[in-house]
Design a protein. Structure first.
Length: 320
């Protein structure tokens, strides 16, 4: 019998639903879990000794999976642990740390195919790490500054010309109960005049790269799926995430040197999956911006027909 695939993702993550359906249509045994269910609706029993590696099981009210049989893990942004009501704040924080080290530790120790392993994802999510790795792998990157000193921003702008500011980490925040996003912003002369807010935390600045269009390059194992993103509004031209309604998409090809650089980068970052963003200049050069080890892909498949879900299922099964 084929080894089961363990899927660790938020229960309401609909792109993961597509992967589950694809696997089940192939007759693959799937055990899906969300860390939100631990410890109240998900049980762990893991054991290791000198005779054998981790054995035991994960179990819900309806399903069980033998840890020693797991052949692959698809890990994609699961939720936070949920504990019984009545715990104090310190108790809940202590319990969360134990759950992360216990459940997370046992799962991380499974010796199988990972898409992607959480430790590799955690390191790869640092943009400074990505940029250094991309440069070392032969990809073109924009001049970049990370700082909390206003005077360094002005010096950088003098040296490189037009500058954009973007978040160093996730661009999403919750304020007054509402989900908000921070988008890439091209600095104006008035912005450069008053930079007092820069001192509050780390900020990332990059040289503005002129573009004909952008590319979302989704990498799954050894396969690459490139979608050209064309902006039809000023906001989308500056950051396409700010105006999805003004975007059109076409499948495109990847230059050989970019494909080779991305292959080296994925190996260096130990990723099997990554959603990379590139700017393509008017004369054709591709400039690497970032690679998200947990980036969205389903809408790209819907817009272009690129078989990304099928490729993820293939990689989990070890199909090349």
């Amino acid at each position: 019998m084929a080894a089961p695939v363990l899927i660790v993702a938020a229960s309401d993550d609909w792109p993961t639903d597509r992967v589950v359906v694809e696997l089940e249509q192939r007759g693959v045994e799937v055990f899906r879990m969300d860390t939100t269910d631990f410890p109240q609706r998900l049980a762990l029993a893991g054991r290791i000794d000198q005779a054998c590696a981790w054995t035991g099981e994960l179990a819900t009210e309806h399903r069980t999976v033998d840890l020693s049989r797991v052949g692959a893990v698809y890990y994609r942004a699961p939720g936070a642990f949920q504990f019984p009501e009545g715990m104090s704040g310190p108790e809940a924080r202590f319990a969360a740390a134990q759950a992360r080290a216990g459940l997370g530790g046992v799962l991380s120790a499974l010796e199988c195919r990972w898409v992607n392993h959480p430790t590799a994802m955690a390191r790869a999510e640092y943009k400074p790490v990505q940029l250094a790795a991309a440069r070392a792998c032969g990809l073109t990157i924009p001049a970049t500054l990370v700082t909390n000193r206003p005077e360094d921003v002005r010096t950088f702008a003098t040296q490189v010309g037009q500058v954009v500011c973007k978040p160093v980490a996730s661009p999403v925040l919750i304020e007054d109960g509402r989900l908000k996003s921070v988008y890439t912003h091209r600095l104006t002369p008035s912005d450069l005049y008053d930079l007092r807010g820069i001192r509050t935390t780390a900020h990332l600045f990059q040289a503005w790269v002129s573009k004909a269009y952008e590319v979302r390059l989704t990498v799954v194992g050894e396969r690459m799926f490139a979608a050209a993103i064309h902006a039809r509004s000023g906001a989308a031209y500056e950051d396409w995430r700010s105006d999805y309604g003004a975007l059109t998409y076409t499948a495109t090809t990847v230059p050989d040197e970019v494909a080779a650089g991305m292959t080296r980068l994925m190996k260096r970052l130990q990723l099997r999956y990554g959603a990379a963003d590139f700017v393509v200049g008017p004369q054709g050069p591709w400039t690497f911006l970032e690679v998200n080890p947990c980036g969205q892909w389903d809408w790209i498949q819907g817009e272009t027909g690129l078989p990304i879900a099928e490729a993820i299922a293939d990689d989990l099964q070890g199909v090349t």
